[in-house]
Ligand binder design. Structure first.
Ligand code: ZN
Length: 134
């Protein structure tokens, strides 16, 4: 799957923070922050303003997948639905070895994972430090 790295802008630097785009027209949130337009009302990118997500973020749902649904996804993998902002839920990789450590509604924190071999990096989520002690 090396050809994918040519299609994806290489993330050569680590993003400062997980960010969403807030729409000046409808006040809705979109992700990622550099979307070409508002996902709610279609407003163009110049109506959107990036703002960092709050942290921790709530885990709404999760599932362990055993099929490689995306290039580079090593399975089994835990995929969760994470509330990034009001009205904005994204599916993301949950960086845990086993879903048994997860609980609905638990606090997560975003962690940037750099891509290997020039591939684009991605945000993953881990249980917030205060809840990972167990
Ligand atoms: Zn909008």
């Amino acid at each position: 799957m090396t050809q994918a790295s040519f299609l994806t802008p290489a993330a050569s630097t680590e993003p400062a923070a997980l960010a969403v785009a807030r729409c000046a027209d409808c006040d809705g949130f979109s992700f990622p922050a550099n979307v070409p337009g508002c996902r709610h009302c279609g407003a163009p990118a110049d109506r959107l303003r990036a703002q960092p997500c709050g942290s921790p973020l709530a885990l709404l749902n999760f599932v362990t997948v055993h099929a490689p649904l995306a290039p580079g996804l090593q399975v089994p993998a835990v995929i969760g639905e994470v509330a990034l902002a009001p009205g904005l839920v994204e599916e993301a990789r949950i960086d845990v070895a086993d879903e048994s450590v997860l609980a609905l509604g638990m606090a997560l924190e975003p962690v940037w994972r750099a891509g290997a071999e020039g591939a684009a990096g991605a945000w993953v989520f881990r249980p917030h430090a205060t809840e990972a002690a167990a």
